[in-house]
Design a binder for this molecule. Structure first.
Ligand SMILES: [Zn+2]
Length: 203
């Protein structure tokens, strides 16, 4: 395991000094007052607790170890050494600059080197990293790097397309735009034919 993946897991997963649920709910009552609302009116009384429960779900990725998820592999693959592609994995994430939603899809591919992982695990890797505070570039790299470090395949390709609510619902309000990021490692980086084969699958 390289330092980079371990360090990312450790830094992202550090829960020391975590405030209590009651403290976070109190912070949201402050936010509601700052907006100009009354946190004690009927419709808003339960809102801080609901928001905190939603945050639990939005950021559940901090409680999961992506390396663990990829640990169980299958080696009886009859010499299969062609590309494996999981296409269009939908995800929801939140940008680390505004905590605004990022809605997107990921294409995750690798060429195995003697062992493969269950396909649902690839989708879970996308989710573990999506359910953290993110920038799309980092999300893309983390997915690819983790697969590369744990499975040690011949290569990994990850493409992410996403729309960022911090750009569509605020700021410059550009609807219908999406950002495309990619990370190619091993044969996806070195072999133009492999890369082309992958790129064709996302069209
Ligand atoms: Zn943002």
């Amino acid at each position: 395991m390289s330092q980079s993946v371990r360090q990312l897991s450790a830094v992202d997963g550090d829960r020391a000094g975590r405030p209590s649920r009651a403290e976070v709910e109190a912070a949201y009552r402050t936010v509601i007052r700052w907006i100009g609302e009354d946190p004690n009116r009927d419709g808003l009384k339960e809102t801080p607790a609901r928001v905190v429960r939603a945050l639990d779900e939005f950021f559940s990725g901090y409680r999961q170890d992506p390396v663990d998820i990829l640990q169980k592999t299958f080696e009886e693959i009859e010499g299969y050494d062609e590309m494996i592609v999981l296409r269009g994995v939908r995800f929801e994430s939140h940008c680390e600059h505004h905590m605004a939603p990022i809605m997107g899809q990921a294409w995750v591919a690798y060429v195995p080197n003697g062992r493969v992982v269950g396909i649902s695990k690839l989708a879970r890797i996308v989710d573990v990293y999506a359910k953290r505070m993110q920038i799309q570039e980092k999300l893309t790299a983390q997915i690819a790097n983790t697969i590369d470090e744990v499975l040690k395949p011949q290569g990994v390709g990850v493409i992410v397309k996403a729309s960022h609510h911090c750009m569509t619902t605020r700021g410059i309000h550009k609807h219908g735009t999406d950002l495309v990021t990619s990370r190619m490692l091993g044969c996806f980086r070195d072999n133009p034919i492999t890369r082309q084969e992958f790129l064709k699958m996302i069209e």
